[in-house]
Design a protein around this ligand. Structure first.
Ligand code: GLP
Length: 243
């Protein structure tokens, strides 16, 4: 895994945005795998700025988001669908037909998951996957477990994740207990991956994913198997490595 240690959150966000833009310049109809959470917000802001400055064109880009709570309505401000439109899509020239986010209110979750995998395959697969990481090492909503699912699936959120994500809801009871997430195979099949890690609370997990051991109990450690993953980390998250 390549590793870029940045001074701060802004530098991490700018480097990530530059990598996305250079992918889209090289291949205007790139398929991007996108993430939510607080970490990539700065990257989306920078992408919007670059678009407004005429430096980026998303008109042919296709996107597939990693995950969505289940069940949640797409208009619910806590949904990842809402997050993506507010923080990115509505500000750029992406074709709404090219946006894909798992449907968190699908009646038949199994069917939704298998259709999602089919759509990713039909698009030719992910060219560049952007990832954040949970404090427990989850990517997407692939939670630590003795076995991991390869395909898109409905999953139960761990208590650590429910606690960590409660900050976005009025109370912990409102955090959905399930989610639809793409599986590890889809993530690992992406041609290129960038993993953004920011903040002191991610320093411990950051050390664990770089210690050379690969375990399903830390899903992000599987990224060590991928031939083109770059970790972009700010100094706060990397402090255990630098000191
Ligand atoms: C969520 C998402 C992940 C995200 C993680 C970290 O649970 N499912 O895709 O990477 O949280 O979020 P944050 O960046 O807010 O720490």
């Amino acid at each position: 895994m390549n590793k870029i240690i940045c001074k701060n959150y802004d530098e991490m966000s700018n480097i990530a945005a530059d990598m996305v833009i250079s992918q889209v310049r090289q291949k205007p109809d790139s398929v991007l795998g996108l993430a939510t959470g607080s970490t990539p917000i700065g990257m989306y802001k920078k992408l919007i700025q670059m678009y407004k400055a005429g430096q980026a064109d998303f008109s042919q880009v296709k996107t597939f988001n990693l995950d969505e709570y289940y069940k949640i309505d797409k208009d619910n401000p806590q949904s990842y669908n809402y997050y993506m439109h507010e923080n990115f899509f509505k500000h750029v020239n992406i074709n709404p037909q090219n946006i894909h986010i798992p449907n968190g209110s699908a009646e038949n979750a199994e069917e939704e998951c298998s259709n999602y995998d089919k759509m990713i395959e039909q698009s030719g697969g992910i060219d560049l996957q952007v990832l954040g990481i949970g404090v427990n090492g989850h990517i997407g909503f692939n939670e630590p477990a003795t076995e991991l699912n390869s395909k898109t699936h409905l999953t139960r959120l761990s208590i650590d994740t429910i606690r960590a994500n409660a900050r976005f809801f009025d109370s912990i009871d409102q955090v959905p207990t399930q989610a639809i997430t793409v599986g590890m195979a889809t993530i690992l099949k992406a041609k290129k991956i960038i993993l953004l890690i920011s903040g002191k609370n991610k320093a411990e997990i950051m050390g664990k994913i770089l210690n050379g051991k690969i375990t399903t109990n830390i899903p992000a450690s599987l990224l060590q198997l991928h031939p083109d993953t770059t970790i972009i980390v700010d100094e706060e998250a990397a402090y255990k490595l630098v000191s």
